[in-house]
Design a binder for this molecule. Structure first.
Ligand SMILES: Nc1ncnc2c1ncn2[C@@H]1O[C@H](COP(=O)(O)OP(=O)(O)OP(=O)(O)O)[C@@H](O)[C@H]1O
Length: 259
């Protein structure tokens, strides 16, 4: 059974009331996809194709107008209780959004762990494990986000995401703001975490090179719809949709970058 199931989900912005005809905008149009335990599924498409809206609907930040999200086979209610929200975490392009700038990374982690019911000393030792798990030294626990590099900050935000022991991570362009060399190390970390922790990862990106490097499966979105999906190898080798072909053709350096 897939860990995450997005089933026939639509997201609409704007008002759809009786007196406000024509103002609604369909950002995601009946999208279905699944992510297994330990699998990384990429969602790729140009700006405005609905990727972020889909990601937010998956984690419950926005409510879909249609369809359902299932976690481990369980249909998630429209209003998710905290215990359910903790099972699915989001990693953003800008890691600062997950880290309070006035607190140290250690304080952020300990606070979150304590909300989950740990006592202070257990939370402290778990924070040390988490920071080590994402490849940072324990001195990062004493640092405020502003004094870390972009890559270190993103690692810290991944540690924060792992603190609730989620089964699903939804990562929305997590490496787009990083230098290329740092990008690779964060992608490797996500791959290693997916495999070792059995995480199901939904990975949103506009970068086909990243998809080819990282993702087991891929869904290509255009104007709110999935126009093509399947294993990354199959989609890249024999794309069937004209839009996918166009996307692949527009990145002539892709094989050079990933070989
Ligand atoms: N809060 C919002 N209110 C109204 N329209 C929105 C809102 N957020 C997104 N949209 C619209 O929904 C569509 C899909 O946007 P979305 O951000 O999901 O796409 P995206 O593929 O993630 O794009 P990008 O890569 O630029 O973030 C776009 O037309 C966008 O303008």
């Amino acid at each position: 059974m897939p860990m995450l199931e997005i089933d026939d989900v639509s997201v609409t912005y704007g008002r759809t009331g009786r007196f406000t005809r024509g103002t609604a905008h369909l950002a995601v149009d009946r999208v279905s996809l699944t992510v297994e335990r330990g699998q990384i599924v990429g969602v790729v498409g140009e700006s405005g194709s609905g990727k972020s809206s889909l990601a937010k609907a998956a984690v419950g930040l926005i409510r879909p107008q249609h369809g359902e999200i299932r976690l481990g086979g369980e249909v998630l209610p429209r209003k998710r209780p905290r215990a359910v929200r903790r099972r699915m975490q989001m990693v953003f392009q800008d890691p600062s959004s997950a880290l309070n700038p006035s607190l140290t990374v250690g304080q952020v982690l300990v606070e979150l762990l304590r909300t989950g019911g740990m006592d202070r000393s257990a939370a402290r030792s778990r924070a040390v494990d988490l920071i080590d798990r994402v490849g940072l030294s324990s001195s990062a626990l004493e640092a405020k986000p502003g004094s870390l590099s972009g890559g270190q900050r993103q690692r810290a935000s991944i540690a924060r995401a792992l603190a609730t022991e989620p089964e699903v991570i939804v990562a929305d362009e997590p490496t787009s703001a990083l230098d290329v060399s740092v990008q690779a190390t964060v992608l490797n970390l996500l791959r290693e975490l997916a495999e070792s922790l059995g995480l199901a990862v939904l990975f949103i990106t506009h970068d086909l090179g990243v998809v080819q490097r990282l993702c087991d499966d891929v869904a290509v979105m255009q104007k709110g719809r999935v126009v093509e999906s399947g294993s990354t190898a199959a989609v890249f080798e024999t794309p069937s949709d004209p839009y996918t072909k166009q996307l692949l053709a527009s990145i002539p350096t892709i094989s050079a970058r990933t070989s």
